[in-house]
Design a protein. Sequence first.
Length: 286
Amino acid sequence: VEPNATIGEIRLMFHKLYPRWYPARQSIKLDPKGKSLRDEEILQHLPVGTTATLYFKDLGPQIGWTTVFLIEYTGPLFIYFLFYFRMTFVYGLDERFTSSPHPVVNLACICHSFHYIKRLIETVFVHRFSRGTMPLRNIVKNCLYYWGFAAWLAYYINHPLYTPPSYGKKQINFAVIMFLLCEAGNFSIHVALSDLRRNGSKTRKIPYPTKNPFTWLFFFVSCPNYTYEVGTWISFTIMTQCVPVGLFTLLCFIQMTIWAKDKHCTYLREFKDYPSHRMPIIPFLL
């Protein structure tokens, strides 16, 4: 192997010798317990001498992130409709219960559908993935999470015994406005992050606010897309006043806080000039 060979080229060489392990399935490390090396890293720039020992780990069958997101987000979209239209095999009801008398139920269906349609559009046209694949076994776990919660939320929101929010239209209208603002913010952040990786570049850059006011949250947090995402589900909770939605929102917040902290630490580690006043997900707090 030439000293100026990249890890990506080494993966291809390994694949030629062992066709079973295609590049996306390989984890190449300098140390068995260390981190996987990135494709763009050059051998002579690594902490090795004139000889180097590389360790290989089989990551198992892989699936592309675009396919993963399409599967994860299509499920909730259609599962919700099974409960919204009150299929007889769901509630076992007669014709008197084929539609809800509460307008908020229709509004909740529109908002829920809009959220996942937006995610599907972003997956196809906006997102740029630094890693092309993930282990195939993870798709089952992810689908159980998204599809299962979609069914749980939809069951209670569309149930014949569902009661509308306590404060009526004022509560609903406030929640809808908050929902739309958070969705717009989330989309704006995803576009801004996508612009950092134009032309297929994998070089990491510090995200900064743009002229779009929704991106100004970058002044205060490292992962405003997660901030807006949590805001979206908080507003959906207020709109529906449904306990299962609130529990789902809480779990979302916990998981996204973990992701935001990890990404925040990565920014601090990779960029010495990273803004010190930024927090991971909640301005000034967390």
